[in-house]
Structures are given as C-alpha cells and as structure tokens.
Design a protein around this ligand. Sequence first.
Ligand code: ADP
Ligand code: MG
Length: 699
Amino acid sequence: MDKINVPEMFGTLVFNDKVMKARLSDEIYASLKKTIDENVRLDDAVADAVAEEMKNWAIENGATHFTHWFQPLTGVTAEKHDSFITPATDGGVMMEFSGKELIKGEPDASSFPSGGLRATFEARGYTAWDPTSFAFIKDHTLCIPTAFCSYSGDALDKKTPLLRSMQAINRQALRVLKLFGNEDVKCVRTSVGAEQEYFLVDADIWSRRPDLKYTGRTLFGAMPPKGQEMDDHYFGVIKPRVSEFMEDLNEELWKLGILAKTEHNEVAPAQHELAPIYSTTNVATDSNQLTMEIMKKVADRHGLKCLLHEKPFAGVNGSGKHNNWSVTTDTGVNLLSPGKTPYENAQFLLFLCAVIQAVDDYQDLLRLSVATASNDLRLGGDEAPPAIISVFLGEELSAILEAIKNDAPYQGTEEVKLKLGVHSLPRFFRDTTDRNRTSPFAFTGNKFEFRSLGSSNSIACCNIMLNAAVAESLRQYADELEGAEDFETALHELIKRVIKEHERILFDGNGYSEEWVQEAAKRGLSNLKTTADAMPHLLDEKNVEMLIRHKVFSKTEVQSRCEIMLENYVKTVNIEGLTMVDMVRKNYLPAIERYLYRLSQTTVLMRQVSPSVKCKYEVSTMERLSELTDEIMDAVIALEKNLAEFKTIDDIFKSSAFVRDTLIPSMDKLRKYVDEAEMLTSQRDWPFPSYGQLLFSVN
Ligand code: ADP
Ligand code: MG
C-alpha cells in the first residue's frame, strides 16, 4: 500500500476554517466567522460570496452536484441532489450556486415522517444551512449540513432542536458564569465524543440471511459452541481483512475531517469499536451520522457488511454508543474539570450539581432519548446499562460531596471543612483504570459518559435532552444566586441542598445486579424497560414545560415526536414479525420436514435390512423434531393472528402496548422452538447460515 500522509489528507474534502480563510476575502471571512462563533445572522451578500467560493472549491475537488444534507426523524440522513449546471445563453452550461441555494433548500418533504405536523400546518418543509458544521464532499456531491423545518417553523429533524438546546445551555451557563466573575466568556458550548461499536460479517453469508437483510438483526439462530466466553476477542489481534477495512475507513473519515482515533476489537466476536476525537455537539452529531454511513459503504467495498443494529445476535453482546459530554467556554475552560483555585472549584461543583440534578429530574427524558425497538433488546442485559438511569461519580468525588452535604471534614490531603469559594478542593486524580462500566451515566474525570445509547441511535436525541435538562438546573441556580445577598453563602447552601435532594440518583455499585433494581425502586428511580413504557413520558407535563421554557421544542413538536418514535417502534417490530412468519413458513418448516423425511426413510430402510436395529438417533430426533414442528406451527399461527390484530389498532399508544405485551412475546416463543430445532437438524438441511458461520466469517 502507498504510504499515506495523514496531515496532508486530513480534511481535504471539507470546506473548513483553513479553506475558508485561504479562499474568502478578509471581510467575508470575518463576517462568516462571527456567524459561526456568535450565532450572528448572516447577510445575503456574504452568503453569495461564500456560496461562490464553496462551489469553486467543490468543483476543483471533483464535485458536480450539491445537496442539503439533513437528519430527518427516521434515524438516517437524507439528501436531495441538485446539479450546479445551469444552461448558458450560448447553448453551453455554467456551473452556478447562489447564496440563496446555500442558505435554503426545499426538499420534497412529503415522504419524511412529521407526526401530523405538515398535514396540519404546511405541505412543504425547507432546509436551512447550519454554518457551524462544515460543508464536505461525498460521492462527487457538495454536502451542506442543514436543519429541516416546516414553513410554520416546526422542526422536522433532529438538528434543529439540538441547536436550540445548545443555545439554551449557552444562555443559562453564561448567567451562572457571570456570577463567578467570568466577564470575558462570550459563549459556552457542549462537546461530544461518540464511541461507536459495530459488527463486521462476511457479505456473502449476510446475503443468505433474510432477517439480517430486512431487519438488521437475526431473528433466529442457536448459539455457537464458542461465543464470547473466552474473552479472547477483546483487544485481541485485529484480523487482516478487518484491519484493511479499518485503514480504508480511517482514510475516508480523515478526508472528511473526522478524527477517528482508536479502533479495537470489542467483547463479542466480530465486534469492533471506533472512537473519534471530540468536537462541538452539532459537529459531532454530523460526524457520527457520516461515520455510520461511511462504515457501511467501506464495508461493502471489502466484501463485508457493517451491522449497526444494537443486537444483531441474541445471546451475544450487543453494540452501543458512548456519548462523552462536556461543557466548555470559548475561553477554553472545561466546566466539568475541577479547577486549581477555590473559585474555580466552587464553579466546577456547581456545574457538577447541575448535571446531577438534571439527570435526576429528567431520568425519563434521558431514557426515552435512547429508546428504540432495537436498543430495548440490549439495555438491561449483562452487557449494557439497565433501563434505570443513575450517575456514577467515583469514590473521591462522592466523598467530597458527602463531606459538603454533612458539613463534615473531608479526609483528603488536609482535614478541613470545605467552605466553597474559600477552600481548595483536595486534588483528586482521574481514575482511568477502574471505571464502573455498568453505570449508564459516569463521570470520567472531566466529562460525563452516557452509555445507554444504542449503536444505531443518532446522538442528537440524547444531547438535546441532556443540554436542555442541564440548562434548566442552571436556570434555577442563576435565578437563586442572582438575587442572593451574600453570594458565597448562598452558593454553599445551594450546593448542599442539591446534593441532599438529588443524592438518590448517585450510585457507584454494580448496575447490572438484581439488588440494584430493587434498591432503585426503593429510591423511587424510574425503570422504563421498553420504548412503549418510556416514550409516552415525553408528554409528561413537567417535561413539556421544561422543553418549551428553553425553546427546545414547541408543544406540537413534542407531540409529533412522541408519535413518530412510537411509530418507528411498532413498525420495526411489525416488520420483524412478518419476516419471522415468512422464514418459518417458506424455509424452516420445509427444511425440518425434509430432514424428517430423510430420517424416516432411513429408519424404514434400515429396519427392512435388519428388523432388530433400534435406530435410536433417527427415532428420538424424529420424535422431538416432530413435536417441535407442531409447536412451531402453533406459534406461527398465533403470531399471524397477533400481526393481524395489530393492524386493526389505530391508536399509537395502544398499538405500542400491544407490541410490547403480545407481539414481542409471541415472536420470542416462536424463536425458541425454531432455535431448538436448529440444534437437532442436520446442517445440510438447515436453510440459513448459522451463528457460528456468521460470527466467525471474517478472518
Ligand atoms: P477513555 O474511553 O479511555 O476514557 P478518552 O478519555 O480518551 O478514552 O476518550 C473517550 C472519548 O471521549 C473519545 O471520543 C474522546 O474524544 C472523548 N472525550 C475526551 N475528552 C472529552 C471532553 N472533554 N468532552 C467530550 N468528549 C471527550
Ligand atoms: Mg467509553
């Protein structure tokens, strides 16, 4: 392979700051920069100038088309390609792209889910340029990151509320920072680094599994003799085919300015992880969407299939995504990093409290922000955090909060009662070795890591909720402290009170254990096990109120989103159910029958030759398989009946409850019998590749 020059290649397909600076006039650059950094409205002349240079740059780099790239509520990204080509008067063509085309697009919105929004308001939506996320080139197309709204201003995408939530936390954090005398801070941003897990399987074998093709996961499959129990895959040697894929993927991502940093094997066979270097939340969101897309594309090129489903294989660890989140000022201060001076420390503790309170007050919002049919299969197993949301702080920080709460001396480096704003916190070290992997929301030294996300989730959803909830804590604190007579005393009392009121959300123990489920129930923490349980809480009054107060969602947007997410849930499971019926009737039952025929033929023939033979294997296998075909038949008929009933329910809350209570259990039952039959049937007759063949297909 040719030697690659990473610095030279990095970001070559991105219209980034360096390119803008080099290509735009000083005046235009300064004005665009102001828009990016301070959210100032862009004027038309500037937009025209930017568009012209963007087009020239894109054409020089091989682009012929442009598209507004956006994130509809379905989870994938969407784009509608337009050509730069405009007919010229001399019969030839010109390559044109105006500021208007850059700023606003009008995709045919009718096929994107709107949860009744467009029907009631406007028939069409429009896309609006997000200048804070750089444009890039993909497949000879200039992609312009945009937000997607209806003409009445309702958000039809994930980016719009994300940007609003970033503004909300910015507004409230600035108020709080002023109280600490930070007059120079102009803007506060949240940063995210999203670690991405995925599976790689051989494309040929994949193509022989209709369930993987239609639903992204296997709906049947008995466990192979060797699973992940040896743990030899984790951080093991990366196989040559996989490492070629990773090299190629890195290159593609680097060209797009995405800093993919580490890649290693995960716990399950065929499972891997990619971690980027963190960036501003909306940029990180775009990057993660792009990463998922490029992963699939590059895998195809290597004769592989990249599975982003949360639980492609039952009984094998699923895939998640870790949302590493921090809050930073434009002056470069990470507000979740303990400081050196007493004042910085008090400020840190207040922001820490804001997060703790936010997670406690809005557990349900965080839970539902990661709720999908596929992630339900993963949460609460011995591989992913439970559906219960709690916060892990680590021993030292917990001890510090405990000391503050009780006005007790802290047994740290020096024995003093901590008076905030007066004393330094004892130095505590970032513990990078012994982290609690079972916690859904862990403090990791200078950031929080939310681990409940599924591998296919957009990170926008949880960051919208997280930003909004933390903005709400900060708003309350600012309201209280702005009016305080003595800031330091008020601050100290506030922090003490927050710790007392919200300590129930703190948990450092084993999140996977049954004791925790009981303990959490005693503490009154919510345990929303499925999407059908979680999603309706989006409409809880306290949640709607908070989201509206911070202008993250309007009432109608919240309602439509709840509906869309539940629709996604029921549609996903419905397709799975239909696929199961199809596979059972067309393939599994006929395959078992074929094998039964062979067994019975063999028995008859053998007895003809020698009447005394026992035919133990043939007879016992036949008997059990025959019982199983009866069970399978009953189960498939029951599932068909349930699928038919499902179609008649037109209320989304009722149908999602039906999916949870009836459809999923009847699918599980069918699967159980088929998986048992797999173990008894000859591999030659079994119609689909086995788990073993899938999981160990790549070398
Ligand atoms: P580890 O998982 O071993 O802690 P790192 O701390 O290096 O590894 O980072 C894990 C992920 O967190 C990476 O994607 C990284 O970019 C991201 N990250 C690191 N620091 C921050 C931060 N301050 N804010 C947001 N994300 C961060
Ligand atoms: Mg991690």
